[in-house]
Design a protein around this ligand. Structure first.
Ligand SMILES: [Mg+2]
Length: 175
């Protein structure tokens, strides 16, 4: 388990600033598979532990949102289920979305954490206060981020990142 003490000091300082967590969807909240049913409907698998992590982060007062380059109904449904209202779909220029989010919520780059897995995410990953990627992200992304999770996308990577952020900021752990 991650405790505050096991987090390197430079990360702890960055994490204490974080007010919002934004996530890519495909390859981050999912394993990257895009499955079509015979009827042509798109389906994706989400990990229950990621869902609980998102709820925990929201309970701690962090804003959580999704920024995806694709568009699908299942993502809308998952977002609704988790109480996520900041859902940006079909957003290929993710840096512009970040600008928009920061303007709406009066946030600075330093106050945002972001997890992405591919080169489309790099413009955001390079700007934010804390950047993370799942273990199986594109090599260029793995090189660019502050934190690489042990878990792969869709298999608890998001929960691992959220646990890390919460451990850095949670004084109640006393560690
Ligand atoms: Mg992705």
């Amino acid at each position: 388990m991650t405790t505050r003490k096991s987090i390197p000091e430079p990360h702890r300082d960055k994490l204490r600033e974080i007010r919002a967590i934004f996530l890519d969807v495909d390859g981050v909240l999912t394993d990257g598979s895009i499955v079509y049913t015979s009827g042509g409907v798109e389906s994706k698998a989400f990990h229950v532990q990621d869902g609980l992590g998102i709820r925990l982060a929201m309970e701690k007062g962090l804003r959580v949102g999704l920024i995806t380059g694709r568009r699908s109904e299942v993502v809308e449904r998952r977002a609704r289920e988790l109480g996520i209202t900041d859902l940006y779909q079909g957003s290929l220029d993710k840096a512009s979305v970040l600008d928009e989010i920061e303007a709406v919520y009066d946030l600075k780059d330093e106050q945002v954490a972001y997890m992405g897995d591919d080169i489309l995410d790099l413009p955001v990953l390079r700007r934010v206060g804390f950047s993370a990627a799942p273990a199986n992200a594109h090599p260029a992304v793995l090189q660019a981020v502050d934190f690489v999770t042990g878990n792969t996308g869709g298999n608890g990577a998001v929960r691992e990142m959220i646990d890390y952020i919460l451990a850095a900021t949670d004084n109640a752990t006393g560690t």
